[in-house]
Design a protein. Structure first.
Length: 147
């Protein structure tokens, strides 16, 4: 049996843990978490998104996302508003304060991303992104086949 630290699962998890810890340290200065940054990113891209759709796009349960959105709302980063035509749908939008906090935090996350990419040639980065996308697709397929 090969050294477990050479397994793809181990290497991907190790990279995920290290990058998420670096991201959390970066975001701490802005008083938001990685999960909150992910939610703010999606809300920024899809103004008026519902909490259920936000949960799907962030790969978490609706219950988890409701908790995240409640904390963002309490911090005055996000506002919930009724849909103009379908009153039972609640839309999420960044507040002005939320846009400012998100812009500052995301600029630092982008700088961290650039730091992680430093030292790779453009072709190597494209190959790495293809490889990670492939790994995710194969893992998703394997997970689906087990259900």
């Amino acid at each position: 049996m090969a050294d477990y630290t050479e397994r793809m699962i181990w290497l991907v998890k190790r990279a995920e843990m290290a990058t998420q810890q670096a991201k959390e340290r970066t975001l701490r200065r802005h008083k938001i978490t990685g999960a909150q940054h992910a939610a703010l990113t999606i809300i920024n891209l899809y103004d008026g998104i519902t909490s259920a759709e936000l949960a799907r796009r962030c790969f978490v349960t609706a219950q988890t996302m409701n908790s995240t959105v409640s904390r963002l709302e309490a911090a005055k980063l996000v506002a919930r508003t009724a849909h103009p035509l379908h009153r039972n749908l609640i839309e999420l939008r960044l507040t002005e304060h939320g846009r400012q906090v998100y812009a500052r935090a995301d600029a630092e996350v982008a700088a961290l991303d650039d730091q992680l990419a430093a030292g790779f040639a453009a072709a190597e980065l494209r190959a790495l992104k293809r490889a990670l996308t492939h790994i995710a697709a194969v893992a998703d397929e394997a997970s689906s086949a087990q259900h």
